[in-house]
Design a protein around this ligand. Structure first.
Ligand SMILES: NC(=O)c1ccc[n+]([C@@H]2O[C@H](COP(=O)([O-])OP(=O)(O)OC[C@H]3O[C@@H](n4cnc5c(N)ncnc54)[C@H](OP(=O)(O)O)[C@@H]3O)[C@@H](O)[C@H]2O)c1
Length: 252
């Protein structure tokens, strides 16, 4: 990122290698208003995006020092072009990997798995929430979207299972609700959104797609388009919104 590339209308995408994040990045880059995208991921930039002049891809881990380093860079850019980020997307999420699947029974609860899932789904987004506040605070509005999930709704939990994933997303929602109360006082220009994308065709949902009803497995491109439309229609009102892909409010 150089001073000459800085303009208004920057979007920040964290967890940028996620299926949903990559679709968001492509659509943001194609916006007519010339949006610039800052992407943060543990992985390097995919070849098809590497030459895009409006994309600034930062490879980073998600420990506190690494997050602070990224935010320091963003603050430096902010000195040149004050409060220039108007949309943030935190896409990190973990449901399964090569070593574990979501729990069906209480006997399957495992300390290491729970820590890993909570770390990715709850703690990493919370660290970004903290570190980004000084970057986003300002006079212009900013929408900050956290990829949550409907299964994080306590009210909606009629099926059970997926203990760690559900609980980590419910905890994320509670952190955001708490932050929204504080932000209504201290960071009024930032709107917080917990977003459920619907079941989306990415590596995260791959093992669980066979029972999805026809027409209910969304492409990342569809979800990205919906999310960008929803943001454009959502006022900055000092409250946390918990919204699905259809812009419907989800019960807590
Ligand atoms: N797909 C669905 O059906 C669905 C449904 C409901 C909610 N969601 C939520 O939507 C978000 C995006 O999901 P996706 O489907 O696009 O997932 P995905 O393609 O599997 O991407 C996984 C994301 O999580 C990050 N991640 C994975 N393991 C991590 C770890 N150990 N530490 C830190 N970051 C880690 C990756 O970041 P890097 O870029 O650094 O690799 C990447 O952003 C997630 O929060 C997910 O819970 C998805």
């Amino acid at each position: 990122m150089t001073a000459s590339t800085v303009q208004k209308q920057h979007a920040l995408v964290i967890g940028a290698s996620s299926g949903i994040a990559l679709a968001l990045i492509e659509q943001l880059l194609s916006e007519e208003k010339g949006t610039q995208v800052i992407a943060v991921s543990r992985s390097s930039c995919p070849d098809n995006l590497a030459r895009n002049q409006r994309l600034h891809w930062l490879v980073s881990e998600y420990n506190e020092t690494a997050i602070d380093n990224v935010c320091q860079q963003l603050l430096e850019q902010g000195k040149i072009n004050e409060q220039y980020i108007d949309r943030v997307f935190i896409c990190n999420g973990l449901l399964h990997d090569d070593t574990f699947t979501p729990e069906k029974r209480v006997e399957e609860l495992n300390l290491e798995v729970m820590q890993q899932v909570f770390h990715t789904n709850t703690i990493i987004p919370a660290l970004w929430l903290k570190a980004l506040r000084p970057v986003l605070l300002g006079k212009s509005t900013c929408h900050m979207v956290f990829l949550s999930a409907r299964v994080g709704s306590i009210n909606d939990n009629n099926m059970g299972g997926w203990y760690s994933y559900r609980a980590s997303k419910a905890a994320l929602n509670m952190l955001l609700k708490t932050a929204a109360i504080e932000y209504a006082r201290r960071t009024k220009n930032v709107k917080l959104i917990a977003f459920h994308p619907g079941t989306t065709d990415t590596p995260l949902s791959k093992p669980f797609q066979k029972n999805v009803p026809d027409g209910k497995l969304f492409s990342p491109e569809f979800v990205a388009r919906q999310l960008l439309l929803i943001i454009a229609q959502t006022p900055v009102d000092g409250a946390l919104s918990y919204l699905d892909w259809d812009n419907q409010t989800i019960d807590w």
